[in-house]
Design a protein around this ligand. Structure first.
Ligand SMILES: [Zn+2]
Length: 339
C-alpha cells in the first residue's frame, strides 16, 4: 500500500490502480478485524492519506509549509497551510464509511479529524480576502455535514480525533489554546441533539508516530478536567502507556460526567511487545475500580500508523495486539459479570 501511494505520486501507477489498492487494504483490514471478534470495528483508516489530512488531501488551495508538529525523537510532521478561500472538504469521512460498509458485517466506528486540528491550517498572517472567521465558519459547517452524514449512513459511533488537545498545552501552557480548541469543537458538537451525541466520541492521546509521541510529557492533570467539557458522550482515552494509570483513572472518576462512557486504552501501539490477554484483563479490572463497568469500554491507545506511512510496527503485530485487546476485554467482562 505504501509503495502504491509512492508509485502514484511518482506517476508510475494510475488513480484507478491506487483506488483498487486502497479498496483491497480496507477489505483485508475489515476481514481481519472481524476475525478478532471485536463487536465494533473500523476500516483501519487504510484509505486515508493521514488521520489529519484525509478530508483536504488534494485541495489546490494548500501549500505544504504549515504548522509543524514536533515529536519527542526529533522528527517533525507538518500540517499544510491554507492559501486561499473558499474552503471545502475534498473527501469527507462518510466517503470512507461508504467504502467500509461494502465489506463490514459488524458495526463500524468512523474516525473524523477535529475542527480544532484543521483550524491550524489557517495562517497566522491571514489570507487576503478570506478572514479567519470565514474559514472557521466554513470548517464548522463542513465538519457538521461530515459527522451528520456518517450518523445518517449508520456509523455505530463517530470518533473525533483530538490528539492536538494534549499537544496544545505544550504549545501554550496557559491553556488558552486548549480552551479555544474545546470551544471550537463544541460549536460543532452543539449542532447535534443529545440523542445524536450519544453516538459521538472524542479520542485523546499524546500522538503515536515512528516510535514516538508529541506530548506524553504533558501532565494529564492539565488536560482531563477540560477534556470532559467537550459535548460528546464517548471518550477514547490513551492509558496503557501512562506511567501512573491509577492516578489518571482517579482524575477520570473525578471529572467525567455521569453520561460519559470511557474507553480506556489497554494496548500501547508504540511498544513492540504484544500485550497478553491476561494483562489486558487486569488493566480493565483496574479501571473498573474507578469507572462503573457499564460505563467502561476498551480501545487501543492510538492508531498504529496514523500518518499512514509509519512502518515501525508490522501489520502482524498490530493484529496480534488487537486480538489481545478483544480477548482480554472478554475475560474481564466475564469476571465483572457483564456477560
Ligand atoms: Zn491518537
Amino acid at each position: 500500500m505504501i509503495e502504491g501511494v509512492q508509485g502514484f505520486q511518482a506517476g508510475r501507477i494510475s488513480q484507478p490502480e491506487l483506488s483498487a489498492l486502497y479498496d483491497a487494504a480496507v477489505q483485508d483490514t475489515i476481514r481481519r478485524l472481524e476475525a478478532t471478534g471485536s463487536p465494533v470495528i473500523t476500516d483501519g483508516e487504510q484509505a486515508k492519506h493521514s488521520f489529519a489530512t484525509y478530508s483536504i488531501y488534494g485541495l489546490e488551495t494548500l501549500s505544504p509549509d504549515g504548522v509543524p508538529i514536533s515529536f519527542a525523537d526529533g522528527h517533525i510532521r507538518k500540517l499544510p497551510r491554507l492559501t486561499a478561500g473558499p474552503f471545502r472538504y475534498k473527501t469527507p469521512a462518510d466517503v470512507y464509511l461508504d467504502m467500509a460498509q461494502r465489506y463490514a458485517h459488524v458495526p463500524l466506528k468512523q474516525a473524523v479529524v477535529s475542527a480544532s486540528a484543521l483550524s491550524l491550517l489557517y495562517p497566522q498572517g491571514g489570507i487576503r480576502g478570506y478572514s479567519r472567521e470565514q474559514y472557521l465558519e466554513a470548517l464548522i459547517a463542513e465538519q457538521e455535514g461530515e459527522i451528520r452524514r456518517c450518523l445518517e449512513k449508520g456509523a455505530h459511533v463517530v470518533q473525533m480525533d483530538f490528539t492536538e488537545g494534549r499537544l496544545s498545552i505544550k504549545l501554550d501552557p496557559t491553556r488558552r489554546l486548549l480552551h479555544s480548541f474545546i470551544d471550537l469543537n463544541n460549536l460543532v458538537l452543539e449542532r447535534f441533539s443529545g440523542e445524536e451525541r450519544r453516538r459521538i466520541g472524542v479520542h485523546t492521546c499524546p500522538g503515536a508516530d515512528r516510535h514516538s509521541t508529541h506530548s506524553a510529557d504533558v501532565d494529564y492533570a492539565d488536560l482531563l478536567p477540560s477534556l470532559f467539557d467537550l459535548k460528546a458522550t464517548n471518550f477514547y482515552v490513551q492509558l496503557a502507556s501512562e506511567p501512573d494509570r491509577k492516578r489518571v483513572l482517579k482524575m477520570i472518576r473525578e471529572h467525567a460526567k455521569n453520561v460519559h462512557r470511557i474507553f480506556v486504552g489497554v494496548i500501547d501501539p508504540l511498544n513492540p511487545r504484544v500485550e497478553t490477554p491476561e494483562e489486558v484483563r487486569d488493566r480493565v479490572l483496574e479501571a473498573a475500580e474507578y469507572i462503573r463497568p457499564d460505563r467502561l469500554g476498551t480501545t487501543d491507545d492510538c492508531g498504529f500508523a496514523p500518518f499512514s506511512d509509519d512502518t515501525s510496527r508490522t501489520r502482524e503485530t498490530a493484529f496480534d495486539k488487537i486480538r489481545a485487546r478483544v480477548a482480554g476485554t472478554a475475560l474481564a467482562s466475564t469476571m465483572l459479570g457483564l456477560e
